[in-house]
Ligand binder design. Structure first.
Ligand code: GLN
Length: 539
């Protein structure tokens, strides 16, 4: 087993998660089994209880782990299925150490960051290697070198490298090489200082990834090589990609990053076959068609909040030879000005997941607009609940129907909390999480899209379509096209006599990959492509 640790310096948001993922792609295409993981220095146990404004999307794994959005990149860029083992936070480390202390496992010793916290981190490294196997583990360390809270992780990986022996571990350090306009120059000093900071704690990088707006000329490379103390071929330029993040593996391969890494780790592997990846990138960059899809949400200004949904639309666009123009629509703006001005020019409307009642009335009116106008509609999690509420109010005539999440005293709780959720007091990690099996009904759109009667999808919610209203919804024409294998919960709904009105309680966006667009996103983009503006409402 070989280990690659990726650290970041100078500033955050350098894209080291993406660079690590792209390296994962290249190593996988060289025939290696790659495991990817992230160490996050914050004290939360996981990002599950964090506000999207703080943290962006919470990415859910098969086993129900609520993780950092970088794990979404890892799963999209490589083929390993990750688990809760692959996102370690300081919170988890300290929780485990303190549990052991209370249980008397430290036999009377003083419990300290070194060695107890660092040992806990190293133990996780070994556990991942043992349980997941593979040829290479790429571990990204969250945060920036110099952060106080990141120190135990850096010390742990330093020790880990020392114990693993030469040729088994490399450190990749990602830094910024800023362009100073007034001087018309790229500057290497921040990189030098960041490497010096890393050396202070005993880590000397083997490879330096230089994030830059402009090409690094030979002089700059030589300077970074000299002061970074690495051969010049280990100074890798990471230019901002022009069109899509999926160009990243191609760019890094041009810089020979995968060669450099394999050489340093004594991995004798063939060159990667990038044909399929290139083909995918070409389809993203040069599509034949064009479609405008609105995403109606409340975290619209923050791109990271719906990261996996936006990526899934890129995948589905490429599969349909189509560029998807995403129009971000603020649900609260619809509440103020009505849906018409925001939605009338769109070819598709997507309502993503969400929590709390801010903006829900705007989303309900967007779902109604899609239902009546025949614009393709795709609801995800909260988006499905919204579609059911709208249908209950305006087709079943259940005035004031809503979810008990928004109004506990509603006369018509068409969406209500699942029974087993009612006794739960603790907020973190207690939703219905992870992969559950759904049965699809024959002769439905869902069935036709999946070509399958049984599917598995990832979940993250507490509320559910209320069984007491199913008959009324169905009698009024709504089709419950998917139900859970366990317990018969409503997992998918659709409307007949509509070009595409499909919604699901689960999160299909967590299973879409560049060359394997998710069937629901694929079908939605295809239907949107065929939607030509119809001024007259259908019904
Ligand atoms: N708030 C809703 C629930 O808990 C929907 C959750 C979501 O969209 N992920 O059921």
């Amino acid at each position: 087993m070989k280990y690659i640790f990726v650290t970041g310096g100078v500033v955050s948001s350098l894209g080291k998660g993406l660079a690590a993922s792209a390296l994962g792609t290249l190593l996988e295409l060289r025939g290696l089994k790659v495991i990817m993981q992230k160490f996050d220095p914050y004290l939360n146990i996981d990002p599950g209880t964090m506000n999207p404004y703080e943290h962006g999307e919470v990415y859910v794994l098969d086993d129900g782990a609520e993780t950092d959005l970088d794990l979404g990149h890892y799963e999209r860029f490589t083929h390993t299925n990750l688990s809760k083992l692959n996102n370690l936070t300081s919170g988890q480390v300290y929780q485990s150490v303190l549990d052991k202390e209370r249980a008397g496992k430290y036999q009377g010793r003083t419990v300290q960051v070194i060695p107890h916290v660092t040992n806990e981190i190293k133990a996780r490294m070994h556990e991942v290697a043992e349980k997941m196997g593979g040829d290479v583990i790429i571990t990204e360390i969250g945060g920036t070198v110099g952060d106080i809270e990141g120190l135990p992780f850096l010390e742990a990986i330093r020790q880990f490298a020392h114990e693993s022996g030469p040729g088994n571990v490399i450190f990749i350090h990602a830094t910024l090489v800023p362009y100073i306009k007034a001087a018309e120059e790229l500057k290497t000093k921040p990189t030098q200082q960041s490497i010096a900071k890393l050396r202070e704690i005993g880590i000397a990088p083997h490879v330096i990834l230089c994030r830059t707006e402009l090409a690094l000329d030979i002089d700059i490379r030589e300077k970074i090589s000299l002061f970074g103390n690495v051969p010049i071929e280990d100074v890798i330029e990471v230019r901002d990609v022009k069109h899509t993040i999926y160009e990243m593996p191609l760019k890094l391969h041009e810089e020979r990053l995968d060669d450099v890494v394999c050489k340093q780790l004594n991995l004798d592997t063939p060159q990667p076959d990038l044909t399929k990846w290139r083909h995918f990138v070409q389809r993203v960059i040069h599509p034949t068609h064009h479609v405008r899809i609105g995403v109606v949400g409340k975290y619209i200004e923050l791109k990271d909040a719906y990261k996996s949904i936006y990526e899934s639309l890129v995948h589905a666009g490429a599969a349909n030879d189509t560029k998807v123009d995403i129009v971000r629509v603020d649900a609260e703006a619809i509440e103020k000005a009505g849906p018409d001005i925001y939605l009338s020019g769109l070819q598709g409307i997507l309502i993503p997941g969400g929590f709390g009642d801010r903006g829900t009335e705007g989303k309900i009116s967007a779902a109604g607009y899609a239902r009546k106008s025949g614009i393709p509609f795709f609801g995800i999690c909260l988006g499905m609940q919204i579609a059911v509420i709208e249908f209950a109010r305006n087709v079943c005539n259940l005035k004031d129907a809503t979810s008990t999440e928004f109004d506990k005293a509603t006369p018509h709780p068409v969406i209500s909390m699942m029974e087993e959720q009612k006794k739960i007091k603790q907020l973190g990690g207690t939703m219905r999480l992870g992969t559950w099996v759904t049965n699809l009904m024959p002769d439905t759109k869902a069935y036709a899209l999946y070509h399958s009667a049984v599917i598995s999808e990832r979940h993250r919610h507490r509320y559910e379509v209320n069984d007491d209203y199913k008959d009324q919804l169905e009698a009024a024409g709504m089709i419950i096209s998917g139900t859970s294998l366990k317990g018969g919960l409503t997992e998918m709904i659709e409307l007949p006599n509509h070009p595409f009105f499909v919604a699901c309680q689960f999160h299909p966006e967590f299973l879409s990959k560049p060359n394997h667009a998710h069937p629901l996103f694929h079908g939605f983009v295809k239907a949107s492509l065929h939607h030509h503006h119809t001024p007259e409402p259908l019904c």
